[in-house]
Design a protein around this ligand. Sequence first.
Ligand code: ARG
Length: 293
Amino acid sequence: MFDAARPRTATPRRYLMCPPTHFAVTYAINPWMDPSVPVDAELAMRQWTTLRDTYRALGHRVELIEPIAGLPDMVFAANGGLVVDGRALGARFHGPERAPEADAYVAWLASHVDARAHRPVRVMEAEGDLLAIGEVVLAGHGFRTERAAHEEVAEVLDREVVSLQLVDPRYYHLDTCLAVLDDTTIAWLPAAFAPPAQAELRRRFPDGIEASAADAAALGLNAVSDGRHVVLAAEATALADALEVRGFTPVPVELSELRKAGGGPKCCTMELRAAASDTSVPGDIPDTEEQAA
Ligand code: ARG
């Protein structure tokens, strides 16, 4: 349980993001997407820029991958890879619309993080469905990532992978209905999970914060935590209050335009987790040209 006498501590993170230069909703691969609803591209860029600047203001390092024309969902960097202990996995997308993103992300990971970056054999949408917490990886399946991909992840990362079946099409990726807040704490929407997955999560995380249906529907659980600050959709006010009660500091951001594609802050963010043996503090690494953007 949270001990009020010991405040939560933030640790500096290294993130990869992709500017929404080519963002649009031109196809529908989840229930949030409706190509007939207009998207304000300039507003999308402003909101995304605020998110990037929010991370930097919190002391995190943000790197950028070059956006590619014709790939409107490439802004959702979480789906391009999973990096744990300095070991990188790329993605294999479920549908043809996003398939070409996989090459761009794995190439970036190979040159910036891990020369051995693994190209998945099975369909897996990376940090969309695979969330590292403590010593394990929580893994969603049911809509995008194949159940069989979980074994591939376990093998490559040499970590226990906990398979969780998703059942609500609005919460098609694990990171839309479960947020990792620190090594032992989650926030989640139980109704988005099959009963065995609910039981597993309750067993492992008896203190988990349960979000309301309304906050989940604002994609409030698509949140990014550094152990203390939790960057989340501004509309998720009850969740923000619950986080505060538990000693976290909610950092609300507006991402209305990206939500039209079914994405929130976490979807825009791939965390690059260094190997435990890598003693360089991410915040100490000098700025690269990419970061100047
Ligand atoms: N339109 C994108 C898709 O359906 C949104 C991806 C959101 N990303 C995430 N990590 N949940 O694939």
